[in-house]
Design a protein around this ligand. Structure first.
Ligand SMILES: [Zn+2]
Length: 307
């Protein structure tokens, strides 16, 4: 079985201004690296459908969905928070970004693919039930998890988040939901300054001090993530794949290297194989050093392909 790769042209049109680090070139960098390494030809490519209102409303409030629709500008930028803006194409992109993760769940649950990678923008893990923040509008991975539970009848899913920033939105949405276990590493202190006190017993957060590198990641995974994941026995593994803990990243201060992303991906492929028939869906979150993002995401995809 190969890996499904899901993206959409609207992701290149979501543009928050020429100096914004969450830029269309991020996806181009990943696509270029996949082409240069030949991995591109081994993937099955899909175009993301838009998420339906019903799919979004499993994790977002109806008033919030109305607010986002109403905030979509005819021209220029509309700021949802100081870091998060909508251009005229952004709401379309956000719907397709969440829809990519839903499509990935459907493809993996069909048995045609063991795993899938969603190359999406805007990212999702900071988006709370009723609040856009930190470059995120809809919580793509949360929408995917809720879809797996509601539409595919799963009773146990895991969410893994190795972005350098704490996935506060995902935690807010699923805290105390016994069907979901979430494990994560993130730099602390760093935006959004949450996560040190988990919001529920199903949240396994491992804050890492600035300057931490691959050894700290390995310790977190082996001592915290794997015991929690093996205890939960997830039927599907969902990954918030942010690559901004890389040592080259300009937005944060961790020191992960390309090979750390290959290593952590292999661990997650093993977890999926042990408990979930190999089923794993990964969705892009952060990563702002374009070269490092392209290389790290390509290593991630390569391990998924080989898994
Ligand atoms: Zn991030």
């Amino acid at each position: 079985m190969t890996t499904a790769y899901i993206t959409h042209p609207s992701f290149l049109l979501h543009d928050m201004g020429s100096y914004h680090p969450e830029c269309p070139e991020r996806l181009t960098a990943i696509g270029d690296q996949l082409a240069a390494t030949g991995l591109d030809q081994r993937l099955d490519h899909y175009t993301a459908p838009p998420a339906t209102r019903e799919q979004l409303a499993r994790v977002h409030g109806g008033e919030y969905l109305d607010l986002i629709d109403a905030a979509s500008p005819q021209e220029g930028l509309h700021y949802l928070d100081p870091d998060t803006a909508l251009c005229p194409h952004s709401v379309t992109a956000a719907r397709h970004a969440a829809g990519a993760a839903v499509k990935a769940v459907d493809l993996v649950m069909s048995g045609d693919y063991a795993n899938a990678f969603c190359a999406v923008r805007p990212p999702g893990h900071h988006a709370e039930r009723s609040r856009a923040m930190g470059f995120c509008v809809f919580n793509n991975v949360a929408v995917a998890a809720a879809h797996a539970l509601a539409a595919h009848g799963l009773s146990r899913v895991a969410i893994v988040d190795f972005d350098v920033h704490h996935g506060n939105g995902t935690e807010e949405i699923f805290a105390d939901d016994p069907r979901v276990v979430m494990v994560g590493t993130f730099q602390y202190p760093l935006y959004p300054y949450s996560g040190v006190e988990p919001l529920g017993p199903n949240m396994h957060n491992v804050p890492l001090a600035p300057g931490s590198g691959g050894e700290a990641l390995r310790a977190a995974v082996q001592e915290h993530w794997l015991p929690a994941l093996d205890a939960h026995r997830p039927q599907l593994v969902l990954v918030s794949a942010g690559f901004d803990a890389h040592r080259d990243d300009p937005l944060a201060g961790l020191e992960f290297e390309d090979e750390d992303y290959a290593w952590v991906t292999a661990q997650l492929v093993d977890v999926a194989r042990r408990h979930a028939g190999g089923r794993l869906v990964s969705s892009l979150e952060g990563g702002y050093a374009l070269d490092a993002l392209g290389r790290s995401a390509a290593r991630h995809v390569q391990v998924l392909l080989e898994g």
